[in-house]
Every structure is written in structure tokens, then in C-alpha cells.
Design a protein around this ligand. Structure first.
Ligand SMILES: [Mn+2]
Length: 346
């Protein structure tokens, strides 16, 4: 069932006994989880590693944790097998998203409560913004801001926040500036790199994050944050090296910046974002090659449309937002994809 307002979700959170929160493995997803979990003070969180959807392997979590409600945050797809299993176990799903609306949503009238601003003709906002509207806990506003900025969205409460925390966030309406020139933006990077860790480490991080009361506590190194910062520094070292290479390519590029790299760490989304901040008038494509598969992160004006067109004669998937999207294809098709992009962007 498509929900028309958020009050229903708040009511569920008020009565829920043992919720299970699945969230997209990025800072918008993470912030959404933290906001809901801090509000209801109950339940476990699981960062979803499967892409693009929540896949059926996560059914084992339902048996393990036996939730009375399932929340799925910031994920555009839930595999049918998962939905059917949840229905069979009488575990209703509250699904909050801001990507495309799944066609089959109306087949699950009684087992899924679906909220998407796009489904009711509202402006698209990050899921963390929606979760903040549900919970309205002022002391967690900084968490909502982290989630919003991570999705390149400056929320309406940002101005007031900047008055209270001018040292962390001198106001700017430009999400790129907010991300790369402020302390609060640095926290987005810290969290997004800290999420790139083994599941057991991420579980520990979630526990610690739930105990952190304000952005200063997260910025400094203390008992709760030491492992988060350690992981950040590890990833950031590799990231800075890669970014330097990407910038060299960018300097020589025309309208399209196409950067390809291989390796075990996938931070193509972060590289693409930072390149987009540095070169806002270009189209960015960052391809992370792993064996015979490639994930490409794309940024730029109308880039989703361009991406889907570039994929039209290639076996691959694309999706995301108008100006920020992703594509998954075979390594053997990457050259063709690159050529298609060049043709379309000319
Ligand atoms: Mn999101």
C-alpha cells in the first residue's frame, strides 16, 4: 500500500517491539536507520551489501531476529523471494525510498507499507530527510543533515543548523561546497568510508554511533570513534591516491571525464562525487573494474538519461537519480559503453 502521509510510520515506531532495519550501505541509508532507531529505542540494523536490491539471502536475518516489523530504507528494490517470505512469516514491511517506484507495489496491499515522495507527487528528498520528518527529534538534526548532504541535498533546516553550529557548517546552499569545504561534510566522508568494512566491524560501528550524542563527539577520537577513524584513514589513503590519478585524467579530458580503475576497494561513488565538485560542468564516469564485471558511477546534468541511452545496445543495468546514477555491466562492454557516452555527450 502506498502511504500518503508519514503519521502511519510514526505510529508503527511508537508501538513496535522488535523492529529490524535494513538500510542501503551509504550515509543516507545509515542516517535514516540511526534516526528511526534512536526514536523507537528498539531493534537491530543491517547494512545491505547486495546491489541493486535487498536480496533473498537476507531472509536468514528474519529467522535469526524474528522481528515484528521490517524496515527497508533507501533501497529501490526488494527481491520477490524476500517479500513473499516476510508475508508468510507475517512480518509487515515498512519501505521508505526515494528512487523509482516499483511496479509491483500494489500487489502487496496488506504486507507492505510503502512511502516514496515521488509516489504522491512530492519533491524528491533523501530518505534521511523523510525519517527526520517522521521522528522530529531536534537533537538528532545533525544526523539528518549528514544523510541529506551525502545525497547532495541541502535541507530546509540547514540554515538554522548553521546558526547553531557555524564552526561545523557555515551555511551554503551548494551541497558540493557543504561536502568538501565544511567539517560536517568531512563527517559524511568519514562515515561513508567506515561503512566499507567487514560486517562484524560495521555492526560494532552502529552500536557506537547510537551512543554518540553530537557531531563533536564523532569528529574527535575517543573510545566510541577510534575504530571509525582508523578505518577512515585506511581507506582515505587509498582514496587520495586514486583521486590524484583521476584528476590527472580529468585535466586532459573534454566534456566527459572517464576514469577507470581496478582493485578490491570500491569507492567509485565517492571519487565521482569529488570529481563532480571539482568539475561541475562536466559529465563524470568512474568505472571500478572487478574481474569480468564493472560498476560505473556517473554524475552530471541529466546523466541518468544519458546512461540509459548508452546502455541501450549493451547488456547491463542502470539506475539512480537524474544527476547521479550507476551502471553495472560486463568488462568486455566497457569500451563500447565509453564510446556510446562520448557520442551522446558531444
Ligand atoms: Mn538515498
Amino acid at each position: 500500500m502506498i502511504l500518503k502521509n508519514l503519521e502511519r510510520i510514526r505510529e508503527v515506531l511508537e508501538k513496535v517491539q522488535n523492529p529490524l532495519f535494513f538500510f542501503d550501505n551509504d550515509v543516507d541509508g545509515l542516517a535514516s536507520f540511526l534516526l528511526l532507531r534512536k526514536f523507537c529505542q528498539k531493534g537491530k540494523g543491517v547494512a545491505i551489501k547486495s546491489y541493486p536490491g535487498l536480496n533473498v539471502s537476507y531472509v536468514r536475518k528474519l529467522y535469526e531476529l524474528n522481528p515484528d516489523y521490517i524496515f527497508v530504507l533507501d533501497k529501490p528494490i526488494i527481491e520477490k523471494g524476500f517479500i513473499e517470505k516476510a508475508k508468510e512469516l507475517v512480518m509487515p514491511i515498512v519501505w521508505i525510498d526515494h528512487h523509482g517506484i516499483p511496479k509491483e507495489i500494489n500487489n502487496y496491499e496488506d504486507s507492505i507499507f510503502y512511502f516514496n515522495p515521488k509516489a504522491i507527487g512530492m519533491k524528491e528528498t533523501p530518505v534521511s530527510f523523510i525519517c527526520y520528518q517522521i521522528t522530529r527529534q531536534k537533537e538528532n538534526e545533525w544526523i539528518a543533515l549528514l544523510g541529506c548532504l551525502a545525497d547532495w541535498y541541502v535541507p530546509d533546516f540547514a540554515k538554522e543548523f548553521s546558526k547553531a553550529f557555524p564552526d561545523l557548517f557555515p551555511f551554503t546552499p551548494d551541497p558540493a561546497k557543504a561536502l568538501y569545504e565544511t567539517e560536517i561534510g568531512k563527517l559524511v566522508k568519514v562515515l561513508s568510508f567506515a561503512l566499507m568494512d567487514r560486517t562484524t566491524k560495521v555492526v560494532k560501528m552502529l552500536k557506537n554511533l547510537l551512543l554518540i550524542k553530537n557531531p563533536y563527539e564523532l569528529l574527535e577520537e575517543n573510545k566510541l570513534t577510534v575504530s571509525i577513524h582508523k578505518r577512515f584513514k585506511q581507506i582515505n589513503r587509498k582514496y587520495e591516491k586514486m583521486l590524484k590519478k583521476a584528476k590527472k585524467i580529468a585535466e586532459k579530458s573534454g566534456k566527459l571525464i572517464f576514469f577507470k580503475y581496478g582493485g578490491e576497494t570500491s569507492f567509485s561513488a565517492q571519487i565521482a562525487n569529488e570529481l563532480f565538485y571539482l568539475y561541475p560542468n562536466k559529465i563524470i564516469a568512474v568505472a571500478c573494474v572487478r574481474g569480468n564485471k564493472v560498476n560505473v558511477s556517473l554524475r552530471g546534468k541529466n546523466v541518468l538519461k544519458i546512461t540509459l541511452e548508452a546502455l541501450s545496445n549493451i547488456e547491463g543495468k542502470g539506475g539512480g537519480h537524474e544527476d547521479a546514477c550507476g551502471a553495472a555491466l560486463k568488462t568486455s562492454d566497457l569500451q563500447k559503453f565509453h564510446e556510446n557516452l562520448l557520442m551522446l555527450i558531444k
